[in-house]
Design a protein around this ligand. Structure first.
Ligand SMILES: [Zn+2]
Length: 383
């Protein structure tokens, strides 16, 4: 345990790779080597310049296959001089492990790799272990977990359950498991009027008062009051812009940007229909032309409380005595892709410093995480 445990050593090795998304810098190879040595079958599933790894121990397509999903890419370190130590140094100070990716999520990758390795070596069971690792989570996520899932389909590989090791805890180690995520829809609404001089407003068609009306209507609208496992959906206006720099010019057009985080009462399609009907109403009332460009980052999803979340709950309770709550808060993660394949939950370390300067985790928690993962594996695979 502590600073010299296998999981700590592997975490530090991974942090030392400058795998700022979408770069790999040897990170995937470190894990691949480790798993090959432990007798896992490893397949590189690189796509579009992204390094990905699929590794399996045990029979292909076994009906009891526990999968882990994680990423080795990290967000940029930001201003290196604001850090109290080298963001790629794997530095341990006062019981804390520092570095970009310490929380999100090189330590969790190390924890599940070592847990899977130890279970394969120490325990007899009828089942299989899968590790899916990508270098494309923080950026576009188009050639990462999706590429591995595509490859699995083509090669008749499967998982019966999957755990994503994102840092899910908010205040204390073991306080939160994520069983679903909200969906995310971004839209740019453009209102096209007629430009003119503010001294002659009758010759122009100012889109701004109409924008004000539209924005107040869509923000006043209650999307829902929350559902069984989700908080109410939210709509946030993130920009209203004409690009106008002159006080005496009526702008020709105005762009409204917004982001909707939605629960399982909606789909991106139903929300887009609603936005389009509001746009149509405004068009009918005024003479502006309204157009909407939307981008969907993910639909909402839920793995209903049951076998998999119970497995995580009892492992966390048995190892560290924490009673985790089941949550659906936060942004999107690769679980949104995995959920198409099998039941998925997310559990990892504290995420309170992720993407920040001086990102760090407690050394003790890294070891605990490995033991929790190991306990989940044993309870699932051994009858
Ligand atoms: Zn992450």
């Amino acid at each position: 345990m502590g600073a010299n445990s296998d999981v700590l050593q592997l975490s530090r090795k991974l942090i030392k790779c400058r795998s700022v998304t979408p770069k790999n810098d040897g990170a995937i190879e470190i894990v691949e080597k480790e798993l090959l040595r432990a007798g896992f079958e490893c397949f590189r599933v690189d796509r579009g310049g992204i390094c990905n790894l699929f590794a399996r121990w045990g029979e292909k397509n076994h009906k009891k296959t526990f999968g882990f999903n994680g990423h080795t890419d990290v967000v940029p370190e930001g201003d290196v001089f604001s850090w109290s130590c080298d963001p790629f140094g794997g530095v341990i100070k006062n019981g804390l492990l520092y570095g970009r990716g310490a929380a999100d999520m090189k330590t969790a990758v190390a924890a599940f790799v070592v847990a899977a390795k130890e279970v394969s070596e120490e325990i007899f069971f009828d089942g299989a272990l899968v590790i899916m690792l990508t270098g494309d989570e923080e950026a576009d996520a188009t050639d990462g977990t999706v590429a591995i899932l595509d490859w699995m389909k083509a090669n008749d590989e499967s998982m019966s359950v999957c755990l994503v090791g994102e840092p899910t805890c908010s205040e204390a180690m073991g306080d939160t498991i994520k069983i679903g995520r909200r969906g995310s829809l971004s839209a740019v609404i453009t209102l096209q009027g007629v430009q003119g001089h503010s001294a002659y407003p009758e010759r122009a068609l100012n889109p701004l008062p109409i924008v004000a009306k539209l924005v107040s209507r869509i923000t006043d609208h209650e999307l829902d009051q929350g559902t069984d496992y989700f908080d109410p959906s939210t709509l946030t206006i993130t920009s209203i812009d004409t690009g106008n720099t002159a006080t005496n010019v009526i702008p020709q057009s105005c762009e409204v940007m917004l982001n909707i985080r939605f629960n399982d009462a909606h789909s991106s399609g139903s929300l887009l229909n609603w936005l389009e009907s509001e746009a149509q109403k405004i068009e009918n009332e005024s003479r502006v032309k309204v157009s909407i460009k939307a981008k969907v980052s993910g639909e909402s999803f839920i793995t209903k409380p049951g076998e998999l979340s119970n497995l995580a709950l009892s492992a966390i309770y048995n190892i560290i005595g924490a009673e985790a709550k089941l949550s659906t808060s936060g942004g999107t993660s690769d679980a949104r892709f995995v959920r198409e394949h099998c039941p998925v939950v997310e559990f990892g370390l504290l995420g309170n410093t992720l993407h920040q300067v001086d990102e760090h985790v407690e050394v003790e928690h890294v070891d605990q995480l490995k033991i929790i993962y190991k306990s989940m594996l044993i309870n699932y695979l051994v009858e």
